[in-house]
Design a protein around this ligand. Structure first.
Ligand SMILES: Cc1ncc(C[n+]2csc(CCOP(=O)(O)OP(=O)(O)O)c2C)c(N)n1
Ligand SMILES: CC(=O)[C@@H](O)[C@H](O)COP(=O)(O)O
Ligand SMILES: [Mg+2]
Length: 619
């Protein structure tokens, strides 16, 4: 039953509701969420945890005039539902439907586009200084999870905000004591101490009482009084030391606590930090019991919950990597596995169980993960950094300056390379080939199937410098994976089909398979290049003697990608054969089903055949 929810057209309707109605609305919203996400798939646990907070925020603040920035944004579904997108939830994360993350082009209520974590405070601060300079009376609210709070960028923003005068910035720490996996790090321990009330509770109560009694003209003085009171009673919180007025912890599922607190903070303005305690999966027993499983499920039956898959399914590339990592770690005790907060997604669950002292979840801290690996390599150990292609973007300078420049032996296992599907443009791993191949020393390997993934991991692991293996989200072609730890030759491709038409298709990665199918109709030669760097120059020189035209195929951006590598080599070697580069165009590619997106871009058998045939007519 969603009677009240169905009357909500915009947050203005939420602002009119009584406390009792807000409570009913929250219950209906939660029910709607479970039903809706069970039909589309999406991020469930985090959204169940932000229902009351979202209702309270839209009730108290004047959105969209006031800005709410949802960190990561995977918890913004209640916000989407209350801001006019209830019906669109049926197409969430599907082609043509709404995004799973806040998106400025989608709604005026989405103040900032997010999906990569820990950006909210910086963005809110940027908005706040403009409001200050333009004398716009506006509130800026960053809602950030305890996981997202572990990233350096969040602290860079707090550091900057703490000395910024005259702004309204409210940081709400949505602390559910969970990242995707259980949380890690010293900050988590600190937050647990705050949560237990041992640091600031008494001081907070005293401070709040003082503030509530004071008339607004003396608020500034009040803040000083409050700070002084805290100082007398015990140590200030870290956030107070950084210049914020800390409130909390409060129960983030209790509207009676949330609403007056938010109203109070709104009145106060300035630099405010509110610590809210929530439960991931709140209100859906199965998600409460296993928030990790329900972090980002596919479709499921709400009454049964997620069911274990029956039958035999092809292993995913992630599973192939996870198994390889365990086998390699068994064989080489120098191996250390590193993940920036993506244990499940990167396939490290088993590795952690079997090699706990060699497993490092460093938090949402990609830059640190890379340099941490560099340090390990300096001491003769062999770090394997398991990281999604899109998240390695965060560690780019570290990759160049800390790893490659020193030619350190760090292996990068790049998952989710290429189109990722439902998460869309924010998570697409489209750029790694281009941004890696321009860095000296680094090996860039692009396996075409699961078995080759393992073989190239072997090669890259044994290569005594920086090396990367990129593989896509999901399952491959069902190739049998040999349990070997033997490497294949570095920088050598393999001819898969000899054609007679004088056309050679050079495939970098899993698009080899549609390329092979397309080649039948074209009678083209097909090569599994295996490596973008080093490029198999000998093979290319030989092919150029017998072929008149080349096509490159990759699931990565065309600009600067593997096709560019081939063209550059041809130019340097005075090879005059024309090259048609097939890959991802120079646009951000929205969410949708992975294969459908590739087909839409002409990267399936038919598309390749058509485009190659049309191009051949022009040369
Ligand atoms: C830069 C970056 N690294 C990793 C991720 C993947 N990721 C998405 S949500 C999440 C956990 C966030 O935890 P928290 O902020 O506490 O939110 P919760 O899921 O607990 O609601 C992670 C690691 C990401 N989105 N961005
Ligand atoms: C929000 C976020 O960044 C992750 O939860 C991401 O959606 C995971 O994607 P995968 O499902 O590909 O692991
Ligand atoms: Mg959390």
């Amino acid at each position: 039953m969603t009677q009240l929810l169905s009357t909500i057209q915009s947050p203005a309707d939420v602002r009119r509701l009584s406390r009792t109605q807000l409570s009913t609305l929250s219950d209906e919203l939660r029910q709607f969420l479970i039903e809706s996400v069970s039909k589309t798939g999406g991020h469930l646990s985090s959204n169940l945890g932000t229902v009351e907070l979202t209702v309270a925020l839209h009730h108290v603040f004047n959105t969209p005039h006031d800005r709410i920035i949802w960190d990561v944004g995977h918890q913004s579904y209640p916000h989407k539902i209350l801001t006019g997108r209830r019906d669109e939830m049926a197409q969430l994360r599907q082609a043509g439907g709404i995004s799973g993350f806040p998106k400025r082009s989608e709604s005026e209520y989405d103040a900032f586009g997010t999906a990569h974590s820990s950006t909210s405070i910086s963005a809110a601060l940027g908005m706040a200084v403009v409001s200050r300079n333009m004398s716009i009376p506006r509130q800026h609210i960053a809602v950030i999870g305890d996981g997202a709070m572990t990233a350096g960028m969040a602290f860079e923003a707090l550091n900057n905000a703490g000395v910024t005068q005259g702004i309204n910035l409210l940081v709400i720490l949505n602390d559910n004591d969970m990242s995707i996996s259980p949380p890690v790090g010293a900050l988590n321990k600190y937050l647990t101490r705050l949560m237990s009330g041992s640091i600031a509770k008494d001081a907070h109560d005293l401070g709040k009482a003082v503030l509530e009694q004071l008339p607004s003209p003396v608020m500034e003085l009040a803040r000083k009084v409050k700070g002084h009171a805290k100082g007398m009673l015990g140590p200030a919180t870290l956030f107070e030391e950084l210049g914020f007025n800390y409130s909390g912890p409060i129960d983030g599922h209790d509207l009676d606590a949330l609403i007056p607190t938010l109203e109070n903070l709104k009145k106060l303005g300035g630099l405010q930090f509110l610590h809210v305690i929530t439960k991931k999966g709140q209100g859906y027993k199965l998600a409460e019991a296993d928030p990790v499983l329900y972090h980002g499920p596919g479709k499921f039956d709400p009454s049964l919950g997620i069911q274990a898959k029956t039958g035999v399914s092809k292993p995913t590339f992630t599973q192939v990597f996870g198994e390889w990592l365990c086998d390699q770690a068994q064989a080489d005790e120098r191996l250390m596995g590193i993940t920036p907060a993506m244990r499940e997604g990167s396939g490290l669950v088993e590795f952690e169980k079997r090699f706990p002292t060699r497993y490092f979840d460093v938090g949402i801290a990609e830059q640190h993960a890379v340099t941490f690996g560099a340090g390990i390599a300096c001491e003769g150990y062999k770090p394997v950094v398991a990281i999604y292609s899109t998240f390695l973007q965060r560690g780019y300078d570290q990759l160049i300056h800390d790893v490659a420049l020193q030619n350190l032996d760090v292996t990068f296992a790049l998952d989710r390379a290429g189109i990722v599907g439902a998460d869309g443009a924010t998570h697409a791993g489209n750029y790694d080939i281009a941004f890696l191949r321009c860095i000296p020393h680094i090996v860039v390997a692009t396996p075409s199937d699961e078995n080759e993934c393992r073989l190239l991991l072997n090669t890259c692991y044994q290569y005594p410098g920086p090396a990367s293996v990129r593989y896509p989200r999901g399952a491959g072609v069902g190739a049998e994976v040999l349990k070997t730890l033997e490497p294949v030759a570095l920088g050598k491709g393999v001819i898969k089909r000899e054609g007679q038409s004088g056309v050679a298709i050079l495939a970098f990665g899993t698009l080899l398979h549609p390329a092979l199918a397309a080649a039948e109709g074209l009678d083209a030669t097909v090569v599994d290049m295996r490596f973008v760097k080093p490029l198999d120059e000998t093979l290319l020189r030989n092919l150029a003697k017998t072929h008149k035209a080349f096509v490159t195929v990759e699931e990565g951006c065309i600009m600067g990608g593997a096709g560019s590598a081939v063209t550059e080599f041809f130019n340097q070697s005075a090879i005059t054969c024309p090259v048609l580069p097939l890959g991802l165009p120079d646009v951000f590619i929205d969410h949708g089903e992975q294969q459908a997106i590739l087909s839409g871009l002409g990267l399936d058998k038919e598309g390749m055949q058509e485009r190659i045939a049309a191009w051949l007519k022009t040369i």
